[in-house]
Design a binder for this molecule. Structure first.
Ligand SMILES: N[C@H](CCC[C@H](N)C(=O)O)C(=O)O
Length: 286
């Protein structure tokens, strides 16, 4: 029987499998089965803990549709808490190999208790070929025009290891995210598909953001999407860079700072929901 722990960060939830000793045979199949909210545990994705030759640990992340993503911001906070709370490390700061490179989570303690997790998410990638976005090789993709359902939208594209299409809107609550989200996800401009953030700027340090995630549809929060949102907001002159921005999501709030060293820092919660064992999962051959 395969043990797991269930986590959430701002309501973006994950089933975590520790595969340091025994691996899973078919990650994509397990992700699709386990993430199902009726026939499985229910989650926006699975996180896998693996050994690494380049860092203290390696994290892999798979969406509900079984696709593997390069990186997950809410996920790495949950991943870091698992390692610390379950005694796999005594350090409060350690390195994690991801598809976005080696990142550095830090457990934030207050009065000896874990208050949250701060993550150096590395540098944003802004050139078309890095994101990728078709037709923008060698240039940044800032305030460009795209057509969805015959409607023109201005977008800014940013990669945090995974692709993001940031759309500034007048009212994030009213935007028809359920009707249109997948049309942005699968737009021809994005050969690897994209996560799409619909962002209402409240003031120069505060945004309201809702997200349609690649491979997971609408989620309550997106950590890499929050980072991409703040980078896009600064690039478009809508947000200040000298202090952190509060990103208000459906499931909670994240603090994002694009520092002068070009690294993006994300701080937010990560909570254990429960532990369990899968009754039967033929793809979980260990
Ligand atoms: N669906 C995303 C991966 C999860 C990212 C999100 N949950 C986060 O917190 O960054 C993708 O395919 O790029």
């Amino acid at each position: 029987m395969k043990k797991f722990t269930k986590w959430q960060g701002c309501g973006n939830d994950f089933v975590l499998f520790d595969c340091l000793q025994d691996d899973i045979e078919d990650y994509a199949s397990v992700a699709r089965k386990v993430c199902d909210r009726h026939y499985g545990v229910g989650a926006d994705g699975i996180l896998v803990v693996l050994p690494s030759a380049q860092a203290d640990f390696r994290m892999r992340i798979f969406n509900t549709d079984g696709s593997e993503a390069e990186m997950c911001g809410n996920g790495i906070r949950c991943f870091a808490r698992y390692l610390y709370d379950f005694g796999l490390t005594k350090e409060t700061r350690f390195t994690v190999e991801t598809g976005a490179g080696i990142l550095v989570p830090e457990i934030v303690l207050e009065g000896g208790k874990v208050k949250g997790v701060k993550v150096d998410m590395g540098e944003p990638h802004l050139l078309g070929e890095e994101i990728p976005v078709v037709g923008f090789d060698g240039s940044k993709v800032i305030d460009k025009s795209m057509s969805v359902d015959g409607q023109e939208y201005h977008f800014t594209a940013v990669s945090m290891g995974n692709p993001h299409c940031v759309i500034f809107v007048d009212d994030a609550e009213k935007f028809p995210i359920y009707e249109l989200g997948h049309k942005f996800e699968e737009h021809a401009l994005f050969p690897k598909k994209t996560n799409t953030e619909f962002v209402e700027v409240k003031d120069r340090q505060h945004v309201r953001m809702r997200v349609w995630e690649r491979g997971a549809a609408v989620t309550l929060a997106c950590g890499t999407g929050s980072c991409a949102t703040v980078v896009a907001g600064i690039l478009n002159g809508k947000l200040d860079r000298d202090a952190a921005t509060e990103v208000e999501l459906d499931g909670g709030k994240l603090s994002i700072h694009w520092a002068n060293d070009n690294h993006v820092f994300m701080t937010g919660p990560a909570e254990l929901v429960f532990s369990g064992e899968l009754a039967d999962c033929e793809a979980c051959v260990c």
